[in-house]
Design a binder for this molecule. Structure first.
Ligand SMILES: [Zn+2]
Length: 305
């Protein structure tokens, strides 16, 4: 009798163990998630693109980003591990606006993956001249992508175009799931339009239209929403004492009380100028992977300046 109970007990333990393994496995892969090997590996350069691609592709894509969080895409040096990851990707979405990382490394990236299709996600955008090259803002014309201000993604209006470009390629790569991608894309475009309208409304009541920034990442945002960007950093280099003095004078004249810095840059010069102006230094990130959420934080910060 006791022996039969023992056997019964062992059998139920076994069943329990098997079902635990089964439940655990199904939790890991998720009920409606595509198996890893069925997902399209999509590569791109910077963190905000991760949201743009994932919002459209959701569980059908696996996004690989070249420039990691916290790194500066103007100076970042590619790592062998990242090259290994990109060698598996059939698609690469360039920002396409002359970002130094792409100017420096696209040839190398293509050489490890010659079959990969490289798509310019900025196709159709109107570039503004690169402030870091000292071109005249009012009369400068953009002749080549390396003359453009590369920070196109900081305006949600540009992102709408970039998202359309990404969508067009995803449906070419995976036409069977066109409806899925289209629905997701429409939802994300709607969210971007809501954000756009919110920015228009809330910036319109802002009195001081000038914004003081360390690194000039916000040129497209300020262009699209009627603001003006004053940058401390010039031509991608540390400011000289003379240019710092100019900025301080300009900021005083315009009664500027906030200096915006990006987390990718040292804030020493910004701290110095802040002291001169009795201003506050506020961190805003042009490269956050949570684009929509981050832009609301940026909007709040700009409103207060
Ligand atoms: Zn930048």
């Amino acid at each position: 009798m006791e022996k039969r109970l023992k056997i019964l007990f062992s059998v139920s333990l076994l069943i329990l163990a098997i079902s635990t393994v089964f439940i655990f496995t199904s939790m890991v892969s998720g009920p409606d998630e595509s198996p890893e090997e069925d997902r399209i590996i999509v590569a791109a350069s910077i963190m905000p693109q991760k949201e743009f691609i994932e919002k459209i592709g959701k569980e059908k894509v696996h996004v690989v980003i070249m420039v990691p969080s916290g790194a500066d895409p103007h100076t970042y040096e590619i790592e062998p591990r990242t090259l290994q990851e990109v060698s598996q990707a059939p698609l690469y979405f360039e920002v396409g606006s002359g970002l130094e990382f792409e100017l420096n490394y696209m040839d190398k990236i293509k050489s490890v993956n010659p079959d990969m299709k490289v798509i310019n996600s900025s196709k159709g955008l109107e570039f503004i001249p690169n402030p870091e090259q000292g071109l005249d803002d009012d009369h400068g014309h953009v002749h080549a992508e390396n003359e453009a201000d590369p920070h196109v993604w900081t305006s949600p209006r540009n992102v709408k175009v970039m998202v359309e470009n990404i969508y067009q390629e995803l449906i070419k790569a995976d036409p069977e799931n066109k409806d899925f991608y289209q629905k997701n894309k429409d939802e994300y475009i709607f969210e971007l339009e809501e954000l756009d309208q919110k920015i228009v409304q809330e910036i319109s009541t802002k009195e001081n239209k000038k914004i003081l920034v360390y690194h000039p990442a916000w040129g497209y945002f300020t262009r699209d929403y009627g603001l003006q960007q004053i940058a401390i950093e010039k031509e991608g280099k540390e400011p000289t004492p003379q240019s710092m003095a100019n900025v301080i004078e300009q900021a005083k004249k315009n009664n500027i009380k906030i200096i915006f810095v990006s987390p990718q840059f040292s804030r020493d010069n910004a701290d110095f100028i802040a002291e001169e102006l009795d201003a506050e230094v506020v961190l805003i990130d042009p490269l956050s992977p949570d684009y929509l959420e981050n832009m609301l934080i940026v909007l709040e910060a700009f409103k207060k300046s």
